[in-house]
Design a binder for this molecule. Structure first.
Ligand code: NAD
Ligand code: UDP
Length: 326
């Protein structure tokens, strides 16, 4: 690639599940990638294919503290994403979203960089509108156990749009729906990793509540394509834009699909539904189709294959530990 096309791209949370895939895509496109992470939930293992690449740099840093670097673009992904991890230290979770956004927006303002925020479908809370469109303001409990994540992300969106209005920053806000794939943390309690690990061990598959709550699952490669298209979209398009796969499944459907695909002998068991667990979630992706020409291509069954293969290899390498539950 010509050096004039090579951008210096900062990925915060780059050692995490989504961040590591994003770093890999950006390197493959010929960019200089600076990955910043405090390794709270991320791991150097996720970056092994990139360590040693001449255009890849890794910096241990917590985004709640200011950062002084020179870059052209910023993808702000730093934040624990699974309920177990973000509820472990909820004050730090809010700080990561809010102080992290302030610090990264301040950096973007100083170096005149374009900046993208990894927001979430959780801004819709437990929604009364289905499927969720970007103009729906959501139904979030402001002081429940999920609020540190949901309200932190909502406040980060506020900051992004105020920096745009007040300082003319080029911002992009992606509302990411449940995404899965290789490099998910095997023990972080998210449903896809939990069910696969349980199924591969022939351990009981834990359905919270009646298992009839729904989620829409997007394969990681589709999601990364959406993030890159959003970053490259015209300056006057800031979002927020939903990125997710509209295919909607109950947790019961998911458990049965995974049990079948792994040939597992696991039984399905019910455990209490965690507080404020959304009953249903499905993205309306018309805006992403119109503005980004983007839609997911990978069906759940196709995306589960490489994900199951990833966990199969991982479990062969690691001693058994019980999957975590909330
Ligand atoms: P992840 O936990 O695998 O990655 C988050 C990364 O951020 C980790 O590497 C972690 O160490 C790092 N981090 C956390 N706090 C930090 C801090 N204070 N300073 C620096 N680094 C910090 O989660 P993920 O699934 O890759 O999610 C990435 C982003 O996408 C998050 O912002 C998350 O909210 C958002 N998102 C993800 C999903 C999903 O389904 N995966 C859905 C909606 C939104
Ligand atoms: N869930 C479940 N069993 C598990 C883990 C999760 O039934 O072992 C349910 C959980 O209650 C929720 C859904 O699966 O309704 C998705 O949970 P996850 O933590 O993956 O994501 P989020 O709730 O943040 O969408």
């Amino acid at each position: 690639m010509k050096s004039s096309l090579r951008k210096r791209v900062l990925v915060t949370g780059g050692a995490g599940f989504l961040g590591s895939h994003l770093c890999e895509r950006l390197l493959a496109a010929g960019h200089d990638v600076l990955c910043v992470d405090n390794f709270y939930t991320g791991s150097k293992d996720n970056l092994l294919p990139m360590l040693g690449h001449p255009h890849f740099e890794l910096m241990r840093h917590d985004v709640t503290f200011p950062l002084y670097v020179e870059v052209d673009e910023i993808f702000n992904l730093a934040c624990p994403a699974s309920p177990i991890h973000y509820q472990f230290d909820p004050v730090q979770t809010t700080k990561t979203s809010v102080h992290g956004a302030i610090n990264m927006l301040g950096l973007a303002k100083r170096v005149k960089a374009r900046i993208l925020q990894a927001s979430t479908s959780e801004v819709y809370g437990d929604p009364e509108v289905h499927p969720q469109r970007e103009d729906y303001w959501g139904r979030v409990n402001p002081n429940g156990i999920r609020a540190c994540y949901d309200e932190g992300k909502r406040c980060a969106e506020t900051l992004f749009f105020d920096y745009r209005r007040q300082h003319g920053l080029e911002i992009k806000v992606a509302r990411i729906f449940n995404t899965y794939g290789p490099r998910m943390h095997p023990n972080d309690g998210r449903v896809v990793s939990n069910f696969i690990v349980q199924a591969l061990r022939n351990a009981p598959i834990t359905l919270y509540g009646d298992g009839r709550q729904t989620r829409s699952f997007c394969y990681v490669d589709d999601l990364i394509e959406g993030l890159i298209r959003l970053m490259d979209s015209p300056a006057d398009f800031a979002g927020p834009v939903n990125l997710g796969n509209p295919g909607e499944f109950t947790m019961l459907d998911l458990a049965e699909t995974i049990r079948e695909m792994t040939g597992s002998r696991s039984e399905l068991i019910h455990q209490p539904l965690p507080a404020d667990d959304p009953r249903q979630r499905q993205p309306d992706i018309r805006l992403a189709r119109e503005q980004l020409g983007w839609e997911p291509r990978i069906r759940l069954a196709d995306g589960l294959k490489p994900t199951i293969a990833y966990f199969t290899t991982l479990l062969q390498k690691t001693p058994p530990q019980p999957p975590r539950s909330t």
